[in-house]
Design a protein around this ligand. Structure first.
Ligand code: FNR
Ligand code: 8K6
Length: 345
């Protein structure tokens, strides 16, 4: 009884998805040492082209956006050519793919690029780089106004590069405690200039990045992922609610392709949001919403049929089942995900 998932859905006049199942963005740390996507990555994505839309693993917009080993980039011509092989392979299988644009902000590590770590404020996080546990996070430098403006330009440039690489659009990674999300939470943003101190100011960077990318490639091809509920590399602060109330309202006029919930488990509840992040976003945003986090085909159908969101993104089960979509369509059993599957593509 999964027919709901196999209805086509128009995101706008330019992009129609064949089904409601998105492949969630999944960092795999398998690009080469120049952060260029490999042939193995092209094969990995092509096998998953049955998704209505693939969202690529998070892809860094410039060198100081890197916080994990071998995450791909979109700032050199070799990287653009590498991604071109991926997008060609996905398109040859009849699929669609957006690039997820990423800068990790304060969880970047100088080990990868040999420079300063930039963030909204000079507030670090405890901990170490995943998979490289001897690399401790450093205290970042608060970006100057000029540096903030350069970041906005570099997001727009990476979006242009994504289109040159053959992507159907981009998803801005504004979630999970990375740079854009750091501007949106009081725990990471204590600026006293026009980018901090009030909902309007704290939402400014997210909106400037979104608008610059819309100007560069058109609103039909731009999506955004947000984490109003702080849960990863971020402490909760009840004042954040007003920032997201403001931001979601402001996004209404941008006519994005979709808005995507940034969470690992949709059942997580946040007091200051009144419950689940997905329900909060649904109540405050009228456009197409993508839910995610622990869904099975049945629970996704239930959520979509009851109007909680419009499309579902599937993460770990897509790692375990390249043919996730055809298995669901044919009611075949799914292989269970296991962390050991991250070792190979
Ligand atoms: C993720 N997730 C993630 N999110 C994101 O926005 N960009 C990314 O690059 C990644 N990378 C990533 C890697 C791995 C190994 C996991 C498990 C998760 C989060 C992901 O998109 C999704 O929100 C969660 O996995 C929850 O969905 P599932 O797995 O329960 O369907
Ligand atoms: C080296 C791979 C990098 C992957 C980046 C994303 C991390 C994925 C898996 C870790 C799970 C983190 C879960 C955080 C949830 C916190 C809930 C309170």
């Amino acid at each position: 009884m999964t027919a709901t998932l196999f209805q086509a859905v128009a995101l706008n006049d330019s992009i129609t998805l064949e089904n409601r199942i998105l492949m969630a963005p999944l960092t795999r740390c398998m690009a080469d040492d120049n952060l260029v996507p490999t042939d193995a990555m092209a094969a990995y994505y092509a096998k998953r082209a049955g998704a209505g839309l693939i969202i690529s693993e998070a892809t860094i917009i410039r060198p100081d956006g890197q916080g994990y080993p071998n995450t791909p980039g979109l700032f050199t011509s070799a990287q653009i050519q590498g991604w071109r092989k991926v997008t060609d392979a996905v398109h040859a299988e009849g699929g669609k793919i957006f690039a997820q644009l990423w800068h990790v902000g304060r969880v970047a590590h100088p080990h990868f690029f040999g420079g300063e770590v930039l963030a909204p404020s000079a507030i670090g996080v405890e901990g170490t780089v995943p998979r490289m546990r001897d690399l401790h996070y450093v205290t970042p430098k608060a970006a100057s106004l000029d540096e903030v403006q350069q970041l906005v330009k570099d997001y727009a440039k990476a979006a242009e590069n994504a289109i040159e690489a053959g992507f159907d659009g981009v998803e801005i990674h504004g979630a999970n405690g990375y740079l854009i999300d750091q501007f949106l939470h009081y725990a990471a943003n204590q600026r006293e200039d026009s980018y901090g101190g009030s909902p309007e100011n704290m939402a400014r960077f997210a909106l400037e990045v979104t608008d610059a990318i819309i100007d560069a490639i058109g609103h039909e091809r731009v999506a955004l992922r947000l984490s109003p509920g702080a849960y990863f590399n971020m402490e909760q602060d009840a004042r954040d609610r007003a920032v997201f109330d403001y931001l979601l309202q402001a996004l209404q006029s941008r006519q994005l392709a979709y808005l995507h919930v940034g969470i690992f488990d949709d059942e997580m509840r946040f007091d200051y949001l009144g419950g689940r992040v997905s329900d909060y976003m649904r109540a405050h945003y009228q456009g197409t919403l993508v839910g995610v986090g622990g869904f099975t085909p049945d629970s996704a159908v239930q959520a979509i049929d009851s109007g909680r969101f419009d499309l579902v993104a599937i993460g770990r089960p897509f790692i375990a089942n390249a043919d996730y979509v055809s298995k669901v369509r044919n009611a075949e059993p799914l292989v269970s995900y296991d962390d050991s599957m991250l070792a190979t593509l």
